[in-house]
Design a binder for this molecule. Structure first.
Ligand SMILES: [Fe+2]
Ligand SMILES: [Fe+2]
Length: 189
């Protein structure tokens, strides 16, 4: 059954193109916001998985592709290249945190591989084609959502509170500058 636009999850469609340097003054808050964006992505993923033959499935697929190709890789780089190594340096005796960070980096590889597996089917749908096996694709999309949700729950519940605990104001300022620079923005100041 076609899904109506009013049935869709709320999505601000806020992307990094519209983020300003000030959004990175508190980089941990910026990462929480990005996780909210990933939750919205998951919502759209389920709208499409449940309605692959909807009239506007091409538009939804385009939205998902946009985040998979641009937003998600930037977010993973924020964590892997900046936040996680910094946190490891500031909490060298926290073995549990070190283990969690190691696990999360491994999961990022799964995110990337699974996301890559979705690119071609999504490009096809965005071009107006029906997937060869809609049930299989819907199953794959649901599995990908579970992976993303479980991963970011661990980050929200464990890693980001640890970041707020261990990182100094100077650390956060430096992290914010790196995240802004990754998006081609000037320093948050
Ligand atoms: Fe992550
Ligand atoms: Fe994350």
């Amino acid at each position: 059954m076609p899904v109506k636009t009013s049935d869709r999850p709320k999505n601000e469609k806020r992307n990094d193109d519209r983020a300003g340097p000030g959004d990175f003054r508190d980089p941990i808050a910026a990462i929480y916001r990005e996780h909210k964006r990933i939750s919205e992505f998951c919502g759209w993923l389920m709208v499409l998985a449940d309605n692959l033959d909807a009239d506007d499935s091409a538009q939804t697929a385009g939205l998902l592709l946009d985040y998979l190709e641009t937003g998600l890789p930037i977010h993973l780089a924020d964590e892997e290249e900046d936040l996680f190594p910094l946190l490891e340096r500031r909490a060298p005796s926290n073995k549990r945190l070190a283990l969690v960070l190691e696990l999360l980096v491994l999961e990022h590889r799964d995110d990337i591989e699974s996301g890559r597996g979705l690119l071609e089917p999504l490009r096809g749908i965005a071009a107006g084609k029906q997937p060869a096996d809609a049930d299989l694709l819907a199953h794959y999309m649901r599995t990908f959502r579970r992976l993303l949700q479980r991963h970011q729950a661990m980050e929200n519940d464990f890693v980001l509170p640890a970041a707020n605990q261990y990182l100094s104001a100077d650390d956060k300022a430096a992290l914010g500058r790196k995240m802004a620079a990754r998006r081609g923005l000037s320093s948050p100041g």
